[in-house]
Design a protein. Structure first.
Length: 252
C-alpha cells in the first residue's frame, strides 16, 4: 500500500499545482507508475468541485457558479491541459507534415487557431455544465475530470512518444505498463457504475470508442503522441464526457 499511496501523491503533484509529493522520487518509471492513479486524481478533483458547487449554490446564480467551477478546475491544474490543446490546434492547423506540426506545437507562442480552439473548449465546457440538470450535475462534475485523466493513460500505453529529443511526456509514455491501464480503466468503470448505474458501462464503452479514434488519428497524423497531445486529449474527453451525459441522461 505504501507504493500505491506514493504513486497517488506523484500523480497528484504532476496533474495539479499542489506540492503533495515532496521527498518522493520522480524518476521515469515512478512517473509512469503513477498513471494508474490519474483517474483517481480526477475523481478527487470532481469531488472537490461537488463540494464547491454545494457550498456556493445557495449564494450565487447558476451561470456565475458554473463559470467559477470551470475556473477552479483550470486553477487546480495550472491550465496544463489547456496549454496542450492550444499548441495541438496550432500545430494541426499550420503544419503541412508531421515535422512541421511538431515544430509549431513546440513554439511557446499561441496562434489565432489555438486561441479560437481554447475559447471554444472552455465555452463548450461551461455551456454543458449550465445545461446539465441539477440532479445530474454532481455526477457530471465527478465523471468529467475522471474520464479526462483516464484518456492520458490509454494514449500513453498504446502510442509511442514521437519527440526524438525527449520531453516530460516521454517519461510516462516510454514506461507505462499494463498495470497502469487496468487500474485506470477499473477506476473509471467503477466511477461510472456508481454515478450512472448500468448505463455507465455504455458510457465508458462510448469513451473507449472515442479513445480508439484518437489513437488512430494521432498515430496516423503524428506517428504517436507528445505531452501536448496527452493534455489536449484530456480537454477533448472532458468536453465529450459532458456531451455524452447530456445526450444520454438529460433527455431521458
Amino acid at each position: 500500500m505504501k507504493r500505491e499511496w506514493e504513486d497517488f501523491r506523484i500523480a497528484g503533484a504532476f496533474l495539479t499545482v499542489f506540492p503533495v509529493a515532496r521527498g518522493l522520487s520522480m524518476e521515469p518509471r515512478r512517473l509512469a507508475g503513477s498513471m494508474a492513479f490519474f483517474p483517481a486524481i480526477g475523481l478527487a478533483m470532481g469531488l472537490a468541485l461537488v463540494v464547491i458547487n454545494w457550498a456556493l449554490g445557495h449564494f450565487l446564480p447558476r451561470p456565475v457558479l458554473d463559470c467559477l467551477l470551470v475556473l477552479v478546475l483550470i486553477a487546480a491544474t495550472g491550465a496544463l491541459h489547456l496549454d496542450g490543446i492550444a499548441d495541438l490546434i496550432d500545430g494541426l492547423a499550420g503544419g503541412k507534415d508531421r515535422e512541421g506540426t511538431l515544430r509549431i506545437m513546440k513554439d511557446s507562442r499561441v496562434g489565432a487557431m489555438g486561441v479560437v480552439g481554447l475559447v471554444m473548449v472552455l465555452l463548450l465546457k461551461y455551456l454543458c455544465l449550465f445545461n446539465t440538470p441539477l440532479e445530474l450535475k454532481s455526477a457530471a462534475l465527478i465523471f468529467m475530470p475522471t474520464a479526462g485523466r483516464w484518456i492520458q493513460v490509454v494514449l500513453a500505453s498504446y502510442c509511442r512518444y514521437v519527440r526524438a529529443e525527449g520531453g516530460t511526456g516521454g517519461a510516462f509514455v516510454d514506461h507505462v505498463a499494463e498495470r497502469e491501464v487496468l487500474l485506470a480503466t477499473g477506476t473509471l468503470l467503477a466511477a461510472a457504475l456508481v454515478l450512472f448505474r448500468l448505463e455507465g458501462v455504455f458510457l465508458v464503452f462510448l469513451l473507449g470508442l472515442a479513445a480508439m479514434v484518437l489513437m488512430r488519428y494521432f498515430n496516423a497524423r503524428l506517428g504517436g503522441v507528445t505531452g501536448d497531445v496527452l493534455g489536449a486529449a484530456t480537454e477533448v474527453v472532458e468536453v465529450l464526457s459532458l456531451l455524452l451525459v447530456l445526450g444520454m441522461f438529460a433527455s431521458a
